[in-house]
Ligand binder design. Structure first.
Ligand code: SF4
Ligand code: SF4
Length: 537
């Protein structure tokens, strides 16, 4: 990997793979992962894949876009891209995000404070193309040349011209999937420029104008969710079957008989989980059910299409898909007549249904929404659960702060108040709170499983999180100590699970990951049995 600058001229015109990743240039990991020859590697694509798919950025594929075969095809794609670029800066076509995008394009002091905050850039050994402003500078040059009046003339005389070639567009397409939209850069920018938003808006051009997106987000994500009811493919009938099965599982686990309140008209609260929880980590929605039952909360789940899955992947790449899914969530709440929607442990669902829905939904759909973190904290403060933190004494716990709940929404203390109430051995990782680092799975990366993209994610995007976790537990890193990373977000759990599996973290260090509610139930004195099962899944 070369640390030298990669010029925008090369980005547009230099044939072949633009940069090569070299793990030996990445900042080292602490023990027991401090031996380079044991490093998890980013596997090169097969020759066949290289020929077939666009991969001329860094030899990694997130999108799997077939290379266009003729000049005519390339010309059409370039035309679509430029048309989408113009729409991005039109009020009638982008009233949702035009203002912050416009400000980001117009104002940048080029101080590079954002670069020092970006985990992808730093963990890559400061590879120029991953710098937050690299992506933004390309969009800024395009904006100045093609959107502003007299732009083409000024581009030529300013020395900031950009050649719009298919190669440039293909690389930009992949580069928009090398940022987790963690917005650590935006937080540090002294003038409020948002390079995370730049990533998201670039993806929007590709998706809305060119039909280019990542399959797990679009086809198997938003589209499947709207057609079948869930991005997992779980239909309403399958969901109801599953729910029944999980009720029996709770009885087996802790001996509590209960029926999940389903489609209960006039309930106070509609609880929506990320449906992936029911399949991958059923102990999480089960723990919610136990807590709410014991605290006597009047709530319901919904079995309506989409309303049992809080996932909304459009938040990362497409306004239209976003609005369709958000509307379904809000319609279900309206139909049931609930007073508010409660969001389970899913970070991007928090962002989608609170911060972003506020920008796009008409007033009569503005049903109050609340995070489960504040809601659960209040239940505990009101003394509605019988807790004994010593029941968690055999584990040492640290907390991962999901970017969307913490940096974006400012929910910092509630989860800590809960942890202090349910376990005695809690330690912070550094940095934490609003200065946290992303798990590496943000912006859809946790579910992007094609080609060698997962290798890139484990080795690079999740690298800083792995380092933080290992550093936090370094004095008890041996497998004789039980350690738990509490990650109250489905997406973060997925990324941490896959990264732990890639490095063998559970086997080598005995560090398990999981949600917050599982720790709460484990501390509840209502049950004789332990709730937390110390096994890998
Ligand atoms: S921190 Fe803000 S002003 Fe400084 S280079 Fe980054 S985007 Fe520009
Ligand atoms: S949003 Fe996060 S990953 Fe993306 S450029 Fe900013 S700091 Fe880097």
């Amino acid at each position: 990997m070369s640390k030298k600058k990669t010029s925008i001229r090369d980005f547009s015109n230099k044939e072949g793979q633009l940069v090569r990743l070299d793990v030996s240039q990445f900042p080292p990991l602490p023990p027991p992962y401090d031996k380079l020859d044991e490093e998890y590697s980013i596997k090169p694509l097969s020759e066949e894949a290289q020929k077939k798919f666009e991969c001329d950025l860094d030899g990694v594929i997130a999108i799997k876009f077939p290379r266009p075969e003729t000049d005519e095809e390339k010309k059409v794609l370039i035309g679509q891209f430029l048309s989408g670029l113009k729409k991005l800066f039109e009020k009638e076509n982008n009233w949702t995000f035009l203002q912050p995008l416009f400000l980001t394009m117009e104002y940048c002091a080029k101080c590079q404070t954002c670069a020092t905050a970006c985990p992808i850039y730093n963990e890559s050994g400061k590879l120029d193309i991953y710098r937050p402003t690299y992506r933004a500078d390309i969009l800024r040059r395009l904006y100045k040349k093609y959107v502003k009046s007299g732009g083409e003339f000024f581009a030529k005389i300013s020395g900031n011209d950009i050649d719009v070639t298919w190669l440039m567009i293909a690389r930009l397409m992949e580069l928009s999937y090398r940022c987790t939209i963690c917005r650590r850069c935006a937080q540090t920018c002294p003038i409020g420029a948002d390079n995370g938003l730049v990533t998201r808006e670039l993806r929007k051009i590709f998706s809305q104008e060119m039909g280019i997106n990542v399959d797990p987000l679009h086809k198997k994500g938003s589209v499947q969710q709207l057609e079948k009811g869930s991005s997992t493919g779980m239909t309403p009938a399958a969901y109801l079957d599953n729910i029944e099965f999980l009720e029996e599982e709770v009885e087996e686990r802790v001996g509590m008989k209960f029926k999940w309140p389903m489609d209960k008209q006039g309930a106070e609260i509609l609880l929506i989980h990320n449906a992936g929880e029911f399949l991958a980590w059923p102990e999480n929605p089960e723990a919610f059910a136990i807590i709410l039952e014991k605290a006597g909360v009047d709530y319901t789940l919904s079995s309506d299409l989409v309303a049992y899955d809080s996932v909304n992947y459009g938040v990362w790449y497409d306004d239209v898909q976003f609005a369709k899914v958000a509307l379904k969530h809000l319609e279900a709440a309206k139909k049931l007549g609930v007073k508010k929607i409660l969001l389970g442990e899913c970070g991007h669902a928090h962002k989608a249904l609170t911060v972003i829905a506020d920008r796009v939904m008409p007033g009569n759909y503005n049903i109050p929404r609340e995070s489960s973190l504040t809601f659960l904290r209040d239940l505990i403060k009101e003394g509605r659960l019988k807790l004994d933190p010593s029941r968690n004494d055999d584990i040492t716990v640290t907390l991962h702060d999901p970017c969307n709940m913490v940096r974006l929404m400012g929910i910092v203390e509630p989860q800590r108040e809960i942890l202090r109430a349910v376990c005695n051995n809690f330690r912070e990782m550094e940095p934490h709170g609003v200065h946290n680092y992303c798990c590496g799975g943000g912006s859809g990366f946790a579910i992007t499983q094609d080609a060698n993209f997962p290798d890139w994610r484990h080795n690079l995007a999740s690298r800083v999180k792995l380092r933080q976790i290992l550093d936090t537990f370094q004095d008890i890193i041996g497998p004789e100590h039980k350690k738990y990373v509490c990650a109250p977000c489905s997406n973060c759990k997925g990324a941490i699970r896959d990264m732990f599996a890639a490095y063998g973290v559970f086997e080598r260090c005995n560090i398990l990951y999981g949600g917050l509610v599982e720790l709460i139930v484990n501390a509840m004195t209502d049950f004789d049995k332990e709730y937390l099962e110390w096994d890998w899944h």
